[in-house]
Design a protein around this ligand. Structure first.
Ligand code: C5P
Length: 414
């Protein structure tokens, strides 16, 4: 390999449908000059063949703990230590459980137990399996043991369900591997032993839509999914922050480690934000309804009147502007989002000034972009310093990069 490669990974391929994406990962790593030697678990062999893995890695594929020929060529201990990094992709619930327990019941588990190198896992499983307390317990154990984790992403799953559990995209895993191999540079991973630049800092995040009641059963709202805000909360937790997530109604799991304050209306969101101040960083991702119904009916409005009812609207408080223009107790960094359908950057620049934010993250939410409710985002960072365009990324990746950036800025200003 790899022996001559400057950098190399031992790739453990677990038994999940996402294993097919691992083939693409191998291609990307080889393209970056990273040597790859693979262990394919028995379950992994059900999803990808040893032949395709061998063809792509250009190396023998290992799978059997008690193979005399394999041991003669390279013992399992040496195999676990020859590479600079061990990557598990997909990391199934079963592999994570065995890692957390320290089992050594096949070659993959044995190599993971025997290695003296850093380990990065890319979990992939059904959403219920991911959210199960047992898996979350194993995840916490692995993080505490210093294992690095990338993903999982959220989205439609092969099993037909929706939610967190999809393996991170190969391109994102490749970037994480690159960074793990050169730990001094770039983004820090969600890792038990990573620096926690936001330790001792409070990050306040608004997310989701608000609901403005018309009467006890009807309301005005919008399509915000809350995904970007929830991803930011998870990324802030990973950097060690105390995170308060003030959220309108969404159907997302609470990011582990974040404190959730559920609200419905803009007025409730404003009140909750005020209660939670002071904070070091405030990020306003919520799609706050611009108006509320001026006179909410106490009883359900009946049909059959002479004419349909007329709704008189009243303006909602601008939470971002209120916080950004506070005379005292203003968070050191105030970040807003600008969802636009045209002239995206121009509108964001106008918003930066009008609302008094330090940074506006502009994104195109025109229907063809699929940002609302989708898993990916193309953002532009608009500040007094200028405009920075980011490539199309998963919302999780946008969140990680943005929190990293904010942590850096906060450290400079402190
Ligand atoms: O003016 P617009 O709604 O486009 O501004 C978007 C930004 O302002 C977002 O960061 C949003 O969370 C915030 N906002 C707010 N309160 C409002 C309206 C918007 O915090 N009432």
């Amino acid at each position: 390999m790899t022996k001559t490669s400057a950098r190399s990974v031992l790739l453990v391929i677990g038994g999940g449908i996402a294993a097919y994406k691992t083939l693409e990962l191998i291609r990307l790593l080889k393209g970056r000059g990273i040597g790859v030697r693979a262990i394919l678990t028995r379950a992994g062999e059900q999803f990808v063949t040893p032949l395709s893995v061998a063809a792509l890695t250009g190396e023998k594929v290992y799978s059997d703990l008690f193979s005399l020929t394999d041991e003669a060529e390279m013992g399992h201990i040496e195999l676990s230590r020859a590479a600079d990094l061990v990557v598990v992709a997909p990391a199934t619930a079963d592999l994570m459980a065995r890692m957390a327990q320290g089992l050594a019941n096949d070659l993959a588990a044995t190599a993971l137990l025997a290695t003296d190198k850093p380990v990065l896992i890319a979990p992939a499983m059904n959403v219920r399996m991911w959210l199960h307390p047992a898996t979350q317990r194993n995840l916490a154990r692995l993080l505490a043991d210093g294992v690095r984790v990338i993903g999982p992403d959220e989205g439609d799953m092969a099993c037909g369900e929706f939610g967190p559990g999809r393996m991170a995209e190969p391109a994102a895993i490749a970037v994480a591997i690159d960074e793990a191999l050169a730990p001094a540079e770039g983004m820090k991973l969600l890792t038990g032993d990573a620096p926690r630049p936001l330790r001792g800092r409070k990050v306040l995040i608004t997310a989701g839509p608000t609901r403005e009641a018309i009467d006890p059963v009807r309301y005005i709202s919008n399509h915000s999914s809350g995904k970007q805000g929830y991803a930011l909360a998870a990324a802030a937790v990973a950097l060690g922050a105390e995170v308060v997530l003030v959220s309108g109604p969404v159907s997302l799991p609470i990011p582990p480690g974040a404190q959730m304050v559920p609200v419905e209306s803009a007025a409730q969101m404003m009140a909750a934000v005020s209660r939670e101040l002071p904070a070091d960083i405030a990020i306003f991702t919520a799609a706050v309804a611009d108006w509320r119904v001026a006179q909410r009916a106490d009883e359900k409005i009946k049909k059959g009147g002479k004419a349909p009812p007329t709704l008189t609207l009243a303006e909602n408080p601008d939470i971002l502007k209120t916080v950004a223009t506070l005379k005292s107790g203003r968070p050191k960094l105030v970040v807003g989002f600008a969802a636009e359908t045209e002239r995206v950057v121009a509108h964001a620049q106008e918003k930066l000034t009008r609302k008094g934010a330090d940074l506006i993250i502009a994104n195109d939410v025109s229907p063809e972009g699929g940002v609302f409710g989708g898993d990916r985002n193309t953002v532009h960072l608009v500040s007094k310093a200028g405009v920075e365009d980011w490539p199309n990324l998963s919302k999780a990746e946008v969140a990680r990069r943005l929190m990293d950036r904010l942590a850096g800025t906060l450290a400079e200003t402190a």
